[in-house]
Ligand binder design. Structure first.
Ligand code: ADP
Ligand code: MG
Length: 678
């Protein structure tokens, strides 16, 4: 069975239809049969005409009482047919379907499916699909509904799909091992393929769907594990000293660690003392105290005789980290230094030399750390901050500067557990799910354009009191030029019209890193009152005096991103505010705004984001190199995901290169052929 053959060879597909199918991403027979319905309509159970309700979509069966009559109107024609069953009559109408005139025989029985309405007390059905009573093509069964472009009708695709299924039936190769099918009660591939497209009962397609979701998630898991060399579980890492206690360094901080911080530190300390290298993801909302946790881990590594690399996405963040580290670790005779691209050649050479000689204990920096000339004397621990900015490749590259060092990946992007399981299939996950006490909730309001004046008044009041504000511009498109324009325009408006009395400046992603750092520094030193920006400030310096964030066209942002942005305020002693200006009246928009106003909890927000958007375009999935899911829904299918993950791990442990699992290997290759870059 050649599933890769061009879809044009499927019966019923002519040159025109090939083009339309291609538009849907269907090029091969295989693409076609894995183009799954988005819904089903049960047209199997006919209703009596007298039982029909206004507005209802129903199946009826009745006898044609006369011929189809045609009425000519100004721009179109109308066809009418009177149909009766034993309980009453119904007038069937179509537009511009002259060919129907000879389609019906008087006195013969037909089945119709369409929407019923009542006009002057009489039942009508407009533009239904129909069959002769002995046929079940468009009616009389459960019918799949496909996601389509408007040029290709459901009827046409359904017919093509029927031909395709007839062709493949009984010939599909089962890629899942027999034992797995049995153990997880999964339907066999031929049966499942038929039933997902043409279920006989509604329960059929659920069983079929489960099989394909399992298959899809299993192949993703297998691919990720393979890519990440999961099976290399016998590598020897570093056992850090059991005599060095993280609890000792905790005493040095000016605050009490939260319960969550202590819990994740226990997990980390356990990992560090074990021989297998740590591979841990530390997730926690902005401000949850991840940096403090990283410092404790670094302390343990250094006091056990190793060096530490801390990698941050921007120079300014790295600098901020250095300050924080020195505050605590200087007095413990731990030497921290900074490597970023802006520093002088001489200084850089000096740092590289001391690093090689083992005089620097902790090196904090940006991508500069990855460069080839950066050599450690004894690298034991690698920490990457804001990991979503770095690819796995960069993570691996820095780790290669040591001998299987421990790796701690920190992320402030709250990823729902479901997604984390997929993205970090091989990482252990620690979550800080508790903020330090006395944090004030960032008061969040969603407003429409009508309230613009009041928002401006509010900003004015705060700036008068000595505070600062961020104004974030909408992402116009995936187009930096356009985004830039909107930032500049808004800045001009604020400078000239709204707040000529204040210091208003802007920042955006296209500026050189040095320029960006300068602006951020000016803002931090309160030489700027209002900073207009794109989303570049998402990862940024702490400006405790900034207590307002206004987000323009907030409906254009994902919730996770709004949350990330909002985390820029609320970093000081002042009550902070986030104002979401939005447009549009859709229910979904309002729901999303409400989520933001109701909670400050990043994990709740990301779950809701997933729920309200569905997983198809969930932030980051593409960015992370995970192909879009054809059928799995990460929100609904967590249970199956967990099963698939377990199965994947078991298989890869026994058969890392899938030599004994050719079917599975084919699945993985199919799904990721040349498309994945991790
Ligand atoms: P994150 O890196 O998770 O965004 P940070 O580690 O930068 O968070 O912490 C944010 C702020 O909270 C810092 O000023 C830090 O000193 C402070 N902080 C961290 N942990 C605690 C705690 N347990 N109690 C009080 N303040 C804390
Ligand atoms: Mg941080």
């Amino acid at each position: 069975m050649d599933l890769d053959k061009d879809v044009k060879y499927v019966k019923g597909v002519g040159p025109n239809r090939v083009k339309l199918l291609n538009k849907l991403g269907i090029y091969t027979l295989k693409d076609l049969i894995t183009y799954y319905p988005r819904d089903y309509e049960d047209r199997s159970k006919p209703k009596l005409i007298s039982d029909c309700n206004d507005g209802e979509e129903v199946t009826i069966e009745g006898i044609a009482c006369g011929r189809v009559s045609e009425i000519r109107m100004a721009k179109r024609t109308m066809q009418k047919l009177l149909v009766k069953d034993e309980t009453g009559g119904i007038l069937i109408t179509w537009f511009n379907q002259s060919y129907l005139k000879n389609k019906f025989e008087v006195g013969k029985k037909y089945r119709f499916y369409g929407k019923v309405s009542f006009k002057y007390g009489k039942a009508e059905m407009a533009s239904p699909v129909f069959d002769n009573i002995e046929q079940r093509n468009n009616t009389g069964r459960i019918v799949p509904i496909y996601p389509l472009t408007y040029q290709l009708s459901q009827n046409v695709l359904r017919k093509i799909m029927e031909n395709a299924i007839l062709e493949v039936r009984g010939n599909l190769y089962e890629n899942l091992p027999e034992e797995i099918l049995t153990e997880y009660h999964l339907e066999e591939v031929n049966k499942a393929t038929e039933e997902i497209h043409f279920p006989k009962q509604l329960s059929d397609f659920e069983r079929a769907r489960r099989r394909f979701v399992f298959e899809e998630l299993l192949s993703v898991q297998l691919a990720l594990l393979a890519l990440k060399n999961y099976y290399k579980n016998d590598i020897e890492g570093i056992e850090f000293s059991k005599e060095v206690h993280i609890s000792d360094v905790i005493q040095e901080f000016p605050f009490k660690f939260t319960g969550a911080q202590r819990r994740v530190l226990e997990e980390i300390e356990g990992d560090m003392e074990r021989k297998t290298p740590m591979n841990r993801l530390l997730q926690g909302d902005v401000g949850s105290g991840k940096t403090a946790v990283a410092m404790c881990a670094a302390y343990k590594a250094v006091k056990s005789g190793y060096q530490v690399a801390i990698m941050a996405p921007t120079a300014i963040l790295a600098t901020q980290h250095l300050e924080n580290f020195k505050n605590i670790l200087d007095k413990l005779q731990i030497k921290c230094d900074l490597l970023i691209s802006g520093i002088s050649k001489k200084k850089k050479e000096d740092i590289l030399q001391r690093l090689k000689d083992g005089e620097i204990d902790i090196l904090i920096g940006t991508h500069a750390l990855i460069e080839d000339n950066v050599e450690f004397s004894k690298l034991g621990l690698v920490v990457t901050d804001e990991q979503h900015r770095f690819g796995v490749k960069q993570r691996t590259k820095i780790a290669e500067k040591g001998q299987n060092p421990d790796v701690l990946v920190m992320s402030a992007t709250p990823i729902p557990r479901t997604l984390a399981l997929i993205l970090y299939g091989d990482l252990d996950i620690s979550i800080i799910d508790e903020l330090p006490p006395n944090r004030k909730k960032i008061e969040t309001f969603a407003v429409t354009k009508k309230l613009e004046q009041r928002v401006d008044n509010f900003i004015q009041k705060q700036v008068e009191e000595g505070r600062q504000a961020y104004v974030v511009c909408p992402l116009v498109e995936e187009n930096e030029e356009m985004d830039l324009k909107s930032v500049e325009e808004l800045t001009e408006k604020y400078q000239k019209e709204v707040f000529p009395q204040y210091r208003v400046e802007y920042i955006h992603g296209k500026m050189r890193p040095k320029e960006k750092d300068e602006i951020m520094l000016k803002f931090k030193n309160h030489e700027i009152d209002i900073l207009i920006s794109t989303t570049v400030i998402e990862v940024g310096v702490d400006v405790p005096n900034a207590n307002i964030m206004v987000i323009e066209d907030a409906q254009r942002f994902g919730l996770a991103q709004l949350h990330q942005l909002r985390g820029r305020v609320g970093r000081g002693e002042y009550q902070s505010y986030c104002i979401l200006k939005y447009e549009g009246n859709g229910e979904n928009v309002r729901k999303r705004m409400k989520v933001m106003c109701d909670t400050n909890d990043g994990f709740i927000i990301s779950e809701k984001d997933l729920e309200l958007r569905g997983s198809g375009d969930f932030f980051g999935t593409m960015q992370h190199g995970i192909p879009e899911f054809k059928i799995a829904n990460l929100f609904e299918d967590v249970g199956i995901l967990k099963e698939a993950q377990k199965v994947a791990q078991e298989i890869v442990l026994k058969d890392p290169e899938l030599k004994e699992h050719r079917g599975l290997k084919r699945l993985v290759e199919d799904k990721f052929s040349g498309r994945i870059e991790i």
